[in-house]
Design a protein around this ligand. Structure first.
Ligand code: ADP
Ligand code: MG
Length: 741
């Protein structure tokens, strides 16, 4: 338990208030309703509708940022330590929570062009790549980025050009936890590259939306960065640490109006905030600490952020507020939400040598390519020197490699020159016959070709090797460090100041808590008068606190009632909708059809969808030739020649290769009174239900042909399975449809 407690830490919650905008300044009553005590990390909220005597609401956070705060301040104080942890191999998450228009996107992205206004994400890019360029050269890094969006409970890959049509699925594995299957992940070698990735995703986001503001207020954007770092450990082997960073810009937290909408609109409204309300429930359950069940599975967002909330990650939540009086309710809700999140405990740990580290695979691939290259070079050298060149295993030093490359090139040019000379010699040789001359020249020509081919192959291999190697960033090498010593010092000083402010605030907060707790401490009073005074003061203080808590309770109760009413209303509308659908089903769908459909339906909890079970079991597709239902009168099907051959010869029959199917229609007139099987094999009735081309309906039909033609060998030459099906259907039409029984 000790060790667990040691590694456990709380979610850091900071609050930021944006300045009043022009519109709010001009039409609202003067001033905002949010005050901040930067030293103490407190937000003081005034209710614009309450009488002036009502106490103000105070909330304490890890840090607060007012309207004058700089992007840089927030980053240095509250985000930098988290990114440092990610670079050390921890998982980290930053999410921006708040009402639409309060500065979530401004905080996360900001204005790219203005260095003063760059938000958390661009600053994190700088931070990560600068760190890599300054780290020791025995470290190798691999940086990857992904960008996705959750909209109406569907996950879209923003880096996939085809993202509008593909819905990604969540999967869970015991090693990596929850992940998104088939998510695009781009290897980034520089700040510029990762910025391009980000911009590409932002564009994709904007293109799909008719109204960007509306869209972004209803969707969650997750930018994921994976930093893998390999470093030789004390045991001499390379160890890999993997840090995953989630940068999350959540949907607007305001309540979506659910009243007065029906049908699709209602479902949509219910879905929009599903992820956010699930997030709220998860936070409540975790902050409570008592309820055992945490409803992570209720939404895609909470499943993806499972590790970030109560799991293996360090998490920072930035709650954004607007100062305008008309948004008092939303602001209060945001503050309560944020306040609850403070109590979540996470258990972050370094991800050391995970199985899915891509860096390891890259290293292996690079080693393989290098071995291939060396082998080639060695072979050339061997040819040139004419004897086996004895070499030892280590040839890793760059100098030797360069030398070798030059060597190999030299060899190529020399060889070419030699062949050229020989050709000249042959041409000039007067004693050779013309024919012989031609032959020898041809041979030389061929050798030249071979040589060139060889050279090309080596070049290709080298290019591949170089491309692969360039993806790995080596500490202190890949990126030019433009900052001079002075700037570096300045940076360090700034971090120190940020650190100090943080510490000071923590101490102040602790003092405040202690102050409150020591109220009851016994004190010695010199006189009764003094005692009365002191106790009256304390009483007043406590009374004020009591009032605060009372209003808080009332507020919470009100909110509870409100949300319950809303839920009831939603339920009523859904029930009405359900009754409507039932009415249609009961009156317009035959009961047997309904039963058939019902029997085929199964619920897929993974996708939260009802699904139709396939009519044919999918596993029987491969061994279809052998497994067929037996006939009604006890014959084992298949009975045709073709099928018999197929049975004995296995799946690779001669006929199949030649696209010839022999149907020898030599059956006894069988019992044809099996109407349901017959109707099932009718291609004109159920073309859409089964589109598997190899489902053999021919045999079934031969039953009915045989009634009219008891011995008729029928060869069908077809080009493809689809083609065969069409032909069979045609024959079926001409033979059977004309002669109904
Ligand atoms: P959200 O993403 O929460 O809907 P935005 O980030 O789009 O909100 O912010 C809304 C507007 O407020 C933008 O025009 C933005 O530039 C401005 N804004 C937000 N926060 C700040 C801030 N701290 N300082 C200055 N302007 C801000
Ligand atoms: Mg936004």
């Amino acid at each position: 338990i000790m060790s667990k407690n040691k590694s456990s830490e709380c979610v850091k919650v900071v609050v930021r208030c944006r300045p009043l905008n022009r519109k709010e300044e001009s039409n609202g009553p003067a001033g905002g309703i949010v005050q901040m005590d930067l030293k103490l990390g407190q937000v003081i909220l005034r209710n614009p509708r309450a009488p002036p005597c009502e106490p103000l609401k105070t909330f304490t956070f890890d840090a607060v940022y007012d309207a004058n705060s700089k992007q840089r301040d927030l980053y240095d104080e509250s985000v930098r330590p988290l990114i440092d942890s990610v670079l050390d191999g921890f998982n980290g998450t930053i999410f921006a929570y708040g009402q639409t228009g309060t500065g979530k996107t401004y905080t996360m992205q900001g204005a790219w062009m203005d260095p003063e206004k760059r938000g958390v994400i661009p600053n994190a890019f700088d931070h990560i790549f600068t760190h890599i360029s300054r780290s020791q050269s025995d470290k190798q890094y691999l940086v990857r980025a992904s960008y996705l969006e959750i909209y109406l409970e569907e996950i879209r890959d923003l880096l996939d050009p085809n993202h509008a049509n593909t819905r990604l699925e969540l999967r869970e594995s015991p090693e990596t936890g929850v992940y998104v299957r088939d998510l695009t992940s781009c290897v980034c070698k520089s700040i510029k590259e990762i910025e391009e990735v980000m911009n590409m995703g932002n564009q994709a986001r904007a293109v799909g939306a008719t109204d960007m503001n509306e869209h972004s207020s209803r969707s969650h954007a997750l930018f994921l960065i994976t930093v893998e770092c390999s470093q030789p450990g004390p045991d001499g082997r390379k160890h890999i640490r993997v840090g995953r960073l989630n940068l999350v810009d959540l949907a607007g937290s305001e309540r979506q109006a659910k009243t007065g909408v029906h049908g699709e609109r209602l479902k949509e409204a219910a879905k929009i905030n599903l992820s956010l309300s699930a997030l709220g429930n998860v936070i409540s359950a975790l902050a409570d600490g008592r309820s055992g069940h945490v409803p992570y599975r209720d939404s895609k967002l909470t499943r993806l952020l499972q590790d970030s909330l109560g799991g293996n990650a360090k998490t920072v939540m930035v709650a954004t507020l607007g100062p305008a009086p008309q948004h008092y309710d939303e602001t209060l809700t945001t503050l309560r939400y944020a306040n609850r999140a403070k109590n979540i405990h996470n258990q972050p740990r370094v991800n050391e040598d995970p199985k899915d580290a891509l860096l390891r695979e890259f290293q292996k691939e690079i080693a393989r390519l290098r071995a291939q290259l060396n082998h080639r070079k060695w072979r050339n050298k061997h040819k040139k020197d004419g004897d086996v060149w004895d070499r030892d295993g280590d040839e890793d030093t760059a100098g030797e490699e360069d030398y070798e490359e030059k060597d190999a090139e030299d060899y190529m040019t020399l060889e070419e020159q030699r062949l050229e000379l020989e050709k000249e010699a042959i041409r000039g040789d007067r004693f050779l016959l013309a024919e012989e001359k031609q032959r020898l020249l041809g041979e030389k020509e061929r050798m030249m070709g071979d040589l060139r081919k060889e050279q090309e192959a080596t070049e290709q291999l080298t290019a591949k090797y170089k491309a692969m190697e360039s993806k790995l960033l080596v500490g202190g090498k890949n990126i030019m460090d433009h900052t001079n010593e002075q700037q570096k010092m300045l940076e360090i000083k700034r971090h120190e100041i940020a650190e100090q402010t943080r510490n000071e605030r923590e101490i102040q907060q602790q003092m405040l808590i202690q102050d409150e707790e020591t109220l009851e401490l016994r004190e010695t009073f010199t006189s009764l008068q003094q005692e009365v005074e002191a106790k009256t003061k304390k009483l007043k203080k406590l009374y004020a606190k009591l009032q605060c808590i009372k209003t808080e309770i009332k507020d919470v109760n009100d909110e509870h009632v409100r949300s319950r009413q809303e839920l009831e209303q939603t339920q009523n509308e859904l029930t009405r909708e359900l009754k409507f659908k039932y009415l249609i089903i009961e009156n317009f769908i035959p009961p047997e059809e309904k039963n058939k459909i019902m029997n085929r339906l199964t619920f897929d909890p993974e996708e939260d969808q009802w699904k139709f079970q396939p009519l044919v079991q999918s596993e029987s597709k491969s061994s279809q030739m052998k497994k067929r239902p037996s006939s009604a009168v006890g014959y084992k099907r298949p009975i045709t020649q073709f099928a018999r051959v197929a049975m004995t010869m296995g799946p690779r029959t001669r006929y199949r290769a030649e696209n010839v199917m022999l149907l020898e229609l030599d059956m006894n007139p069988l019992n044809i009174s099996s109407p349901d099987r017959y109707s099932e094999s009718d291609p004109s009735q159920s073309p859409s239900q089964d589109s598997s081309p190899s489902k053999d309906r021919g045999v079934c039909k031969s039953t009915s042909w045989s009634v009219y033609n008891s011995k008729l060998p029928l060869y069908i030459v077809y080009k493809s399975a689809q083609n065969c099906k069409v032909k069979l259907a045609l024959i079926y039409k001409t033979f059977v449809r004309r002669n109904p029984f």
